[in-house]
Design a protein around this ligand. Structure first.
Ligand SMILES: Cc1cc2nc3c(=O)[nH]c(=O)nc-3n(C[C@H](O)[C@H](O)[C@H](O)COP(=O)(O)OP(=O)(O)OC[C@H]3O[C@@H](n4cnc5c(N)ncnc54)[C@H](O)[C@@H]3O)c2cc1C
Length: 478
């Protein structure tokens, strides 16, 4: 049990994304007397989380749901009284398509991210050729890796399932989720449970079959574990709004980019960019500080204090994505959209990473008679596309999506959101890098780091990181 402090303390949280909001909210929950100030560079809270309501469409401009097997998103929604606003994915459509030679094929039933739970759907899929299928099925007999060191996701999957299953199934699925190059992505930092499955059961297929045994609907889903995901009916921005509304008045400082942090005696001095409208002085002193900014920003802020720590933080690469949201009259789309979406392997050389059938995943996202599609481009595969001008980007995306989904005519609704340098790439060795960053940061009194660069990019992990940072600050200050 955390004890209440004797005296109010002041804490600066820098960065008003979900991690910073979760930190500020937790500080307020733990000690109402703790004076919390949340500095956000932009004009709104939430960071990449942003929901648009327009023309009857509900458009999630980046993340659109979160997993419940990592409990902290759900737990926060419960603490905020939002549980009855949660919606589950449509059970009718819990499967994914993958493109092969320009055509969409359903992913084999039971194939979840990196591992097949069932062999028959793999045997009859049109996505792999005969050798690719035989090689994937041999996974059952391939001995587990002897040592526990890290390896790239690509190396792990090729070792277990073979090259074709890697290129045609796993690369598009995992690459789309992490906007990443799987040749560099760390298996231990990104999806460690698959290495655990290999170690504990000797094979992914064996582990999946045991996990599915006796479960209703076992092995019917494909792609991600869609049954484990939820969203908020009013959009993920309603989570952001609920968090902001729980903060004390004036705690949230929007349009306040922090440009410098310094140690002065026993305090942290925070300097934000002066603004004519600001009701605060550019310098303020705090007892403690939580840096919930993207790690490349955190690196710049810490550079004058600890060059080595800054160098380590700066070494975490980021990719960016653009999300093109398209609304259509349902009768213009030839494809039945009987899935959650489609992913495109790099070997197809298409400009798109994936297209989510947003209104099929969560039916409340489009008005009756319309469909909402969200198309992802860029990532580590085609970084230049994130900066491409709207007209070129749109015409390229429309060409591809219209052909894939047999769409007649143009969209009735279109929005483009760009998220440059927002997706940290957990490269091989990331866990050791984070351990080093955390141990160097711990040498600074009352300093905590939070955000998606460290121990998970998903919303629940970011919430957990923010919450832990707040709890450590209160503990440290006792
Ligand atoms: C396109 C996309 C789709 C995604 N889909 C999903 C999904 O479906 N499910 C899921 O769980 N996750 C998803 N994610 C990942 C997840 O949404 C993010 O990892 C998470 O929201 C990041 O939160 P954060 O607080 O760490 O960072 P951010 O949201 O990036 O917030 C950082 C904040 O710091 C602010 N800031 C920067 N510099 C300064 C400064 N100098 N002073 C003050 N403030 C500053 C920024 O303005 C920003 O508001 C997705 C991400 C993207 C980009």
């Amino acid at each position: 049990m955390l004890q209440r402090q004797q005296h109010p303390r002041s804490v600066a949280v820098i960065g008003g994304g979900i991690a910073g909001l979760a930190a500020a909210h937790r500080l307020t929950e733990l000690d109402r007397k703790c004076s919390t100030t949340l500095f956000e560079a932009g004009p709104r809270a939430g960071g990449v989380l942003s929901t648009l309501h327009e023309d009857g469409f509900q458009v999630e401009q980046s993340a659109d749901n979160f997993i419940t097997t990592i409990p902290w998103g759900l737990e926060l929604c419960r603490r905020l009284g939002l549980e009855d606003r949660l919606a589950r994915t449509n059970p009718a459509n819990r499967r994914t398509f993958v493109v092969r030679r320009g055509r969409m094929h359903p992913l084999p039933d039971g194939f979840l991210m990196m591992a097949p739970a069932r062999l028959w759907p793999l045997a009859v899929t049109g996505i792999l050729g005969p050798w690719g299928k035989i090689r994937a099925a041999c996974e059952y007999f391939i001995p587990p890796r002897g040592d526990q060191s890290d390896e790239s996701m690509a190396a792990f999957v090729r070792r277990r399932l073979g090259r074709e299953a890697y290129e045609r199934l796993v690369e598009p699925l995992v690459g789309a989720v992490y906007a990443a190059d799987l040749e560099k992505l760390s298996v231990l930092a990104t999806l460690p449970r698959f290495r655990d499955m290999e170690r504990e059961h000797g094979s992914l297929i064996r582990a999946m079959r045991r996990a599915m045994h006796g479960r209703a609907n076992a092995g019917r889903e494909s792609g991600a574990r869609y049954g484990m995901f939820v969203t908020l009916r009013d959009g993920l921005s309603s989570l952001v709004e609920a968090l902001v509304s729980r903060l004390p008045d004036n705690a949230m400082k929007l349009n306040c980019p922090v440009i410098r942090i310094e140690r002065h005696a026993d305090n942290w001095r925070v300097t934000s960019q002066p603004s004519v409208k600001a009701d605060h002085t550019p310098h303020r002193n705090f007892d403690a500080i939580i840096l919930a900014t993207p790690s490349h920003v955190t690196a710049k802020l810490l550079e004058p204090l600890d060059a080595l720590l800054a160098e380590r933080l700066a070494s975490i690469a980021h990719s960016g994505t653009a999300v093109v949201s398209l609304g259509y009259d349902s009768n213009r789309i030839g494809h039945p959209l009987d899935g959650m979406g489609v992913v495109v392997p790099a070997v197809e050389r298409s400009p798109i990473l994936a297209c989510s059938f947003s209104s099929r995943k969560y039916p409340h996202r489009a008005p009756a008679g319309k469909e909402l599609l969200r198309v992802f481009v860029g990532g580590a595969r085609r970084p230049e596309l994130v900066d491409m001008n709207d007209d070129r980007l749109l015409s390229m995306v429309l060409d591809d999506v219209s052909r894939l989904l047999q769409i007649r005519g143009g969209p009735c609704f279109c929005r483009i959101a760009r998220w440059p340098a927002t997706m940290p790439q957990y490269r091989v060795g990331h866990r050791e890098l984070v351990a080093e960053i955390e141990s160097r940061a711990a040498a600074w009194p009352n300093l905590q780091l939070a955000g998606n660069a460290y121990r998970g990019v998903g919303i629940p992990d970011c919430i957990h990181g923010g919450k832990l940072a707040a709890e450590r600050i209160i503990n440290l200050s006792e």
